[in-house]
Ligand binder design. Sequence first.
Ligand code: MSP
Length: 659
Amino acid sequence: MKSYYLTTPIYYPSDNLHIGHTYCTVAADSIKRYKKLQGYDVFFTTGTDEHGQKIQEKAKEAGLEPKEYVDNILVSIKELWEKLEIDYDQFRRSTDPEHEEQVQKIFQKLYDKGEIYKSEYEGYYCTPCESFWTESQLDEGHKCPDCGRETKISKEESYFFRLSKYRDKLLELYEKNPEFLEPLSRKKEMVSNFLKDGLDDLSVTRSSFDWGVKVPFDEDHVIYVWVDALSCYLTAIGYGFDEEKFNKYWPANVHLVGKEIVRFHAIIWPALLMALDIPLPKKIFGHGWILFDNDKMSKSKGNVVYPEPIIDLYGTDALKYFLLREFSFGSDGSFTKEKFMKRLNSDLANDLGNLVSRTISMVDKYNDLYLPEAHQITEIDQDLIDLATTTSQKVDQAMDHFQFSNALEEIWNLIRRSNKYIDETTPWILAKNEEDRERLDTVLYNLVESLRIISILIKPFISHTSDSIRTALNLKTEVKWDDANTWGLSQAGEKLKKIKALFPRLDIEKEIERLDEANHALAEKRQAEKATWQHEAGGEDKEDKKEENSKEKITIDDFSKVEIKTALIEEVEDHPNADRLYVLKVKIGDERRQIVTNIKSQFSKEYLKGKKIMVVTNLKPMKFRGLESDGMILAAEDKDGKISLATTFEDLADGTIVG
Ligand code: MSP
């Protein structure tokens, strides 16, 4: 059997993985399922990148040993992959002893071959990204070009890898193997940003901290995390200790990585492998980012969308379908909840859901759920048959280049064509005339046959939906990819089964609110859980404070955009749909407004009524559980959760501008 090895990056341990992080694993999982259907023996590696200064610092802040700290976080990462049903074969932790041992051997081998030498390093270091930059590569203000955070000058004795000598070999590699680095734009970026003007040797050890794999012949140094992490791709399949397995799967068919880490995979990694005389992976694919309102998702920006509530409310298939269909894998895309809900309604509920329910209910109504036989084929039938039996090839072409969105679009063309076929053939009219019976039977058969093919084509992407359709068609849930290009495999006389609607239509506005609440509740739960294990360990949560403090400075012009006024609370009512919320009626000068707020747990209605508070008055109104909130009250909350409302010392008229 042909083997196929694919990897996602080895993730930094974070208790805050968002839907952007799931993009790569979801894509890798679909590739695995697709390749398996094509008869490949697939091995899929993911894992965690657990060494380095950043982890050591975070662990210290939390009052834990680094390993304990990552052990805690790992639970939520593994739970997430389980929830998303990511079918990986090896979860490689960079702290696994068998991995650490091999990393030392790799380092020793490089040293013995003269690929590594000792010198002194001075450069700009970005701790969160664990990377050194030269001055010319930095953004304005000596900021890291990847994450935009401050870098610091770091000088230390270090071992260096002779990366510079691989520049020409790398250029030749790109030239001779146009498929090595995709999409094409990434290659251009690597050449113009890093290779064109020559490469510097790479510092591959650190001595300013010790949480890492020790250099075997110099215990004062730990091996650079990127050398350590990239080696996970090798050790996950037995490099150095399971030769048979390693030879079976290496070289990797593809490393899927986000665009900001292409540099490490397309420059450092092939150079290291060349130095080690290990064959190179066949492809590095640098996918785009999922942005949120055109910004990168991050906890400090407060725009994180978690995958768990989406899965709980709409299922894994809905999330996987959306991620793979909405965005083009090589480019950036912006996530919005509206886009998500609209896709669910249009593609899953309307197109696919309707095709399934219409087909099954017609077979039920006109033939007691028994699949009738097909008779004479007409031109319209042939048109459907041609499309149905050629779609798998189009999917193959798209999947050869990891164009998930195009692959799904091809499948949806067939789904939409099948729905149109119902409208064109009007089975409900055929059913009225006994002499049209054979025609009706043929139409029903063709629809079921088309659905059978669709159930195969969607299997790598949305396998539960495929299973449900196949259950309705009384077919085994395992599929054979080749059966998607053969017409006529459904057996007449088979009894179909009624199933419940695959995807209910959503009331978009209501669902966005529901999702917002679930997302918010999860963020709070995570915070509380973290506080608990940090508290138990005697540490404190400095991470969030640090994020708060590191919020970018704004100018006076930015601040002057915010309008704050004093307001008089005239009425306080319970929110009709939410136990924890109040609805305030406030007077702001000549204006009256409604504000929904969550201060109910601390203040009685009587206490609030008649109080003068401060309100941000030029925020866009938002709905909370169906009620509009026009403004935001200002309040402070201490670490014990005690809230105090912002007010003025002197009694000023409501509507007075604060600033
Ligand atoms: N530890 C390194 C990888 C070492 S691989 C030998 C690392 N880890 S990471 O946790 O920061 O990132 C893991 C992956 O998540 C990266 O490929 C990164 O691009 C991806 N993403 C993080 N945020 C993302 C989005 N918002 N959108 C898409 N992918 C994103 O880098």
